[in-house]
Structure formats: C-alpha cells, structure tokens
Design a protein around this ligand. Structure first.
Ligand SMILES: NC(=O)c1ccc[n+]([C@@H]2O[C@H](COP(=O)([O-])OP(=O)(O)OC[C@H]3O[C@@H](n4cnc5c(N)ncnc54)[C@H](OP(=O)(O)O)[C@@H]3O)[C@@H](O)[C@H]2O)c1
Length: 254
C-alpha cells in the first residue's frame, strides 16, 4: 500500500529543486499533488516531468507567489473549488536575497525574505489548519527550514533568522494544533545542489568548507530530502510532531 494513498499534498516552490523532488516522491506514494511557484510555465514543465516519471500521478500545477496575500487567497479558493481539500502542506518555497554583512541589509531585502520564507508559510499553515479543523480532519504540515536556522549564519543573517523562526513556528504550531490531529514538523537541509545554492556549490572553496564539516562527503541532491518528507508526512510518523530533522550529511554535528 502506498504510504500517502488518498491524500492531497500542497507543495510550494515545487517547479524545481527540493520542492519538485518532494512532490514527485509524494506522488509516487499515492498522493495527489498541488504544486505551486511563481511561474506557471515552470510548474507546467515540472508537472510533465513528474507525470512522465510516476505512472498515473495526479498533479495540479497552479501559480502562487507565497509572499503575496492575494495569491495565497486565490490559491486556497481555487483548491476549495477544484481539489476540495489539503491533507499535507509542504512549505518549501524560499528565497535568499541578501548575501553580506547585516549592516548592509536593505529594508526591501529584509521584507522580501521574511514575506516569502516566514509570512507565506505561516499564512498557508493557518489557511490549511482552519480547513482541517472545520472538517474535523487531521493533517500534516512540513516546513523546509535550513541548517542555517540552527544557529548563527554570518553573511546570510536575514535568511538564517527566517529559518530559525520557521523552527520556532513548527514547535509552537505542533503544540497548539496537536489536539486537532495536525502534526507540524520541519526539515533542515544542509548544502543541496539547486539553483538557490548555486553561489555556494559553484565555489570549490565554499563547497569544501561545507564538506570538511559534514560526515557524508558529498553535496546533497534534492532527492535526498524526499524520503524524510514522505516519512514525516505519513502515518509512520504519527507520534512525531514539533521536530526538525536535519538532512545535512552530518554537517550540524560536525
Ligand atoms: N539548496 C540548499 O542548499 C538549501 C539548504 C537549506 C534549505 N533550503 C531551502 O529549501 C527550499 C527549496 O529551495 P531549493 O534549494 O530547492 O531552491 P530552488 O531550486 O531555487 O527552488 C526554489 C523554488 O521556489 C520557488 N519560489 C521562489 N520564490 C517563490 C515565491 N515567492 N513564491 C512561490 N514560489 C517561489 C521557485 O520557483 P519560481 O521561481 O517559479 O517561483 C522554485 O520552485 C527553500 O526554502 C530553501 O531555503 C535549501
């Protein structure tokens, strides 16, 4: 029996990278998947790839900028009418617009990073939880944080703050919503080979600094997050909530 059979998953930032890998893995485990990101054409291409790789996959590509309230509301209204429910929410979309010292952060960079990485996940979590509670139905929320949310992150400070706040939000919501049968967990990826991390992975010096601390001596691939995401979303993790699982090749303990 597929582990997510009959469930509907909403995965943000799923036109490529980690989000696409999670959406593909959830579809392979029997979930119907709504995939979102800002650009419809990227989503349509991702949906085609997932359908080509997962026989019978049910994938709905629907554009939504998670930092914009009007986009979030349109997405949830569309889901209410066209899909009917969300059992699993994966808050994966993220951005990292300021590389540099904190003293040089602009207000626009601060606002954008917080809106996409924190406010969007919060508002989508609230919208999904309200619907689950109204339907007297349990569910699972997964927030994609980062190892940079585990402590100081010099030169990526604003990004690190949003990822640390996501871990805090995960813990609070897990306690507030546990009684309603809604589990809330997070993933903290290390260095994963995607477009977002290209500035790091294209630098041999930065990559080797990461690898010196990690136990598994390679950069992660988006698919490395897939198994952890499916597990935490599934009933196998029925007694796991409020946790943040490091998927970082051992970087955090290094
Ligand atoms: N790669 C790493 O090393 C790493 C490490 C730790 C944590 N993470 C986290 O993992 C998550 C996924 O990142 P990734 O590495 O897979 O990056 P990626 O390959 O660049 O993918 C980012 C995805 O998010 C979408 N997106 C960006 N801004 C968005 C917005 N405002 N609203 C909706 N969708 C948006 C992008 O599509 P559009 O451009 O079409 O919007 C794309 O689908 C992020 O939360 C990131 O912080 C990544």
């Amino acid at each position: 029996m597929a582990r997510l059979q009959g469930r509907v998953a909403l995965v943000t930032g799923a036109s490529r990278g980690i989000g696409e890998a999670i959406a593909r893995a959830m579809a392979a485990e029997g979930a119907s998947v709504v995939i979102t990101s800002r650009r419809q054409e990227g989503l349509d291409a991702a949906a085609l790839r997932i359908r080509a790789e997962v026989a019978g996959a049910k994938v709905w590509p629907k554009a939504c900028h998670v930092g914009r309230s009007s986009d979030r509301e349109s997405l949830m209204t569309w889901i209410d009418h066209e899909v009917g429910r969300v059992d699993i929410l994966v808050n994966n979309a993220g951005t990292n617009v300021h590389f540099g010292p904190m003293l040089e952060v602009t207000e626009a960079a601060w606002d954008k990073t917080f809106e996409v990485n924190l406010k969007g996940p919060w508002e989508l979590s609230r919208a999904v939880a309200q619907r689950l509670i109204a339907a007297d139905q349990g569910g699972s929320i997964l927030n994609v944080s980062s190892v940079l949310g585990r402590g100081a992150s010099p030169l990526q400070g604003v990004y690190g703050m949003t990822k640390a706040a996501l871990i805090s939000m995960t813990q609070t919501l897990a306690l507030e919503w546990g009684g309603a049968g809604i589990r809330v967990n997070a993933l903290a990826p290390g260095l994963i080979d995607t477009r977002l991390s290209a500035a790091l992975t294209s630098s041999p010096e930065l990559t080797s600094r990461f690898l010196q601390r990690a136990g598994v001596s390679r950069v992660g691939q988006p698919g490395d997050l897939a198994g952890a995401a499916v597990f935490l979303a599934s009933d196998e993790a029925a007694y796991i909530t409020g946790t943040t699982l490091d998927v970082d090749g051992g970087y955090t303990v290094g």
